[in-house]
Design a binder for this molecule. Structure first.
Ligand code: FAD
Ligand code: SIN
Length: 531
């Protein structure tokens, strides 16, 4: 197959880019590939909303910029922060134009929520299912765009570069070029080759590297691992954001999120003794940035020997709660918790990858003709800790920027038709699929036990040794077995785990989401971790 534009991923980033390019070039072909079905994405589960300066009387770009920089703890790129904050409102208007609906108040004005680290109310939302609404609006637009082909149930295995033409490609090769991808077609179980002039990775996050995560099954860091294998640049992987308040439900995966907007509306965190402990940690209390709240909860859990703390909503107005958070209300009721009567047990869960594929201000990766945007990318916006609800915003702003840049490139690129077909020689049917499942569980255990919210040098070293063994075993399996999505995901998660540990070992300080008790101070050297 050949396509002018190839988009990997159907979340907010991939869909926004695909719609824009397809409409700009009605004669060109745009293909979107997803590994399961189109709406199974992190995007669909986004609850709280999308941040943007909307009420210009109370809010300002400067305030949103400052909040983002404070949360990012010294590592944001101020130029990128300014771009995202200033271009964001136009992108929000665009998705409203596509039909996405955000809640309004009695006066017909957008009702703006507040979350941790925000100095003003600036979160547009659709109840507590904002992502689902945005995904719905974008997918509906796809139906009206005939030159987009949506290809579900196809697993992208690797991006194609000069390596596949037999050339030696290393980290110092300056002109690594992407020619498309190898993809496992899950309908035929065959690996096919898709050639593209321009490829966009919008493959989302990697929460599945941890045992407890808010991320759905698809979030296995595939794009990040593919770029790393292709010798592209990855950065800041140590900054894994743990959401402070995932519903505590042992054995249930992924964890159900209790949006931060609940605290924005007055919810209070309490420990086992019923004490509202956040005031002991930060003057912003329950609405401090996420890294601070998650660490405080972790500390309280360790001190009191519990696996959770409580989110107290009993004092909140029932009707207002049900109006803003109907999904959370129903979910809690379904497990026997009436939020008016009982407190909600919550615990931190891996939620968001702040680092990823390094891109410039146009979403260009270090590999030619390859763009990345959305959660898989590291644009410089989040630094050491993402400000709540800045992710959907970043995805839309950068999807637009990738589109603008690729619009100029498309005329200069042609297909590389000499790429060989996939060679499956020497591989057989997998004998024991259970080995793959077990290795994935082991990986999640290692990452949760040794590379979680609080790290130490010894823990990181242990993690690396254990990952090394898993890596060797999995590479052996990969060389001898027919490729399956499960095996590829395991391989990708091990790579992501390795990159997180490597980044964490490199950073001899505590900053933002990376907290190492052997290096508690901040270093005066501000640097990204380039891997
Ligand atoms: P995704 O939406 O995750 O899409 C990834 C796509 O890539 C999927 O289509 C998948 O099939 C495809 N893909 C991946 N690998 C492959 C492969 N190998 N082959 C083929 N296809 C592949 N952010 C906010 O700003 N506000 C919020 O309120 C908010 N709430 C959140 C709540 C939850 C529970 C979660 C999990 C996240 C939340 N986030 C929120 C974060 C935000 O939702 C995500 O960062 C964002 O949606 C990511 O979008 P994306 O387009 O980059 O990727
Ligand atoms: C939430 O709703 O609390 C999640 C928001 C985010 O991850 O940005």
């Amino acid at each position: 197959m050949q396509t002018d534009f190839l988009v990997i991923g159907s979340g907010i980033a991939g869909l926004t880019y695909a719609l824009k390019t397809a409409r700009q070039f009605p004669d060109k072909k745009v293909a979107i590939i997803t590994k399961t079905q189109a709406d199974e994405t992190n995007t669909k589960y986004a609850q709280g909303g999308i941040a943007g300066v909307w009420d210009e009387e109370k809010d300002s770009y400067d305030k949103h910029i400052e909040d983002t920089l404070i949360a990012g703890d010294g590592l944001c790129n101020p130029h990128i922060v300014e771009i995202v904050v200033k271009e964001g409102p136009d992108r929000i208007k665009e998705i409203i134009g596509y039909g996405a609906e955000f809640d309004k108040d009695e006066k017909g004005e957008y009702s703006l929520g507040k979350e941790g680290g925000h100095s003003e109310n600036r979160i547009l939302h659709h109840k507590d299912v904002t992502g689902r609404e945005m995904e719905r609006a974008l997918l509906a637009q796809l139906q009206e765009t005939p030159n987009i082909e949506l290809i579900n149930h196809c697993f992208v295995v690797d991006i194609l570069t000069q390596h596949h033409l037999g050339f030696l490609v290393t980290k110092s090769t300056t002109d690594i070029t992407c020619y498309g991808v190898y993809v496992l077609n899950l309908h035929t179980n065959k690996i096919e080759k898709i050639l593209a002039c321009i490829t966009l990775l919008a493959t989302g996050g990697a929460g599945q590297a941890y045992r407890t995560t808010t991320n759905p099954r698809i979030a296995t860091g595939d794009g990040i691992a593919m770029v790393y294998r292709a010798k592209g640049r990855i950065e800041n992987m140590e900054f894994i954001q743990f959401h402070p308040t995932a519903l505590y439900e042992p054995g249930v995966s992924p964890s159900f999120l209790i949006t931060e907007a609940v605290r924005g509306d007055g919810g209070i965190l309490r420990n086992k003794q019923g004490e509202a402990f956040m005031e002991r940690y930060d003057s912003r209390r329950d609405l401090a940035p996420r890294d601070i709240v998650a660490r405080a909860i972790d500390n309280e859990m360790k001190k009191t020997g519990t696996e959770y703390v409580y989110l107290d909503c009993r004092h909140m107005d029932k009707e207002k709660f049900i109006h803003h958070f109907p999904n959370i209300y129903e979910k809690c009721l379904s497990i026997g918790i009436d939020v008016q009567q009982q407190m909600i047990p919550v615990a931190p869960a891996a939620h968001y990858s702040c680092g990823g594929i390094k891109t410039d201000e146009w979403g260009r990766t270090s590999i030619q003709h390859l763009y990345a945007c959305g959660e898989c990318a590291s644009t410089g916006l989040h630094g050491a800790n993402r400000l709540a609800s800045n992710s959907l915003l970043e995805a839309m702003v950068f999807a637009h920027r990738c589109y603008l840049d690729s619009m100029e490139k498309i005329g200069q690129v042609s297909f590389e038709t000499t790429i060989p077909d996939w060679n499956a020689k020497g591989t057989g049917e997998p004998k024991e699929m259970i080995l793959i499942t077990q290795s994935q569980k082991e990986l999640q255990q290692i990452m949760s036990d040794y590379v979680g919210i609080v790290r130490t040098d010894v823990r990181l070293e242990r993690a690396m040794k254990r990952l090394d063994l898993l890596f060797t075993e999995t590479e052996d399996l990969y060389r001898s077995t027919k490729v399956s999505p499960q095996l590829c995901e395991l391989r990708n998660l091990i790579t992501v785990g390795y990159l997180i540990v490597k980044g964490a070992q490199f950073r001899k300080e505590s900053r933002g989401l990376h907290f190492n008790t052997d290096h508690k101070e901040k270093s005066s050297l501000l640097q990204n971790t380039i891997l």
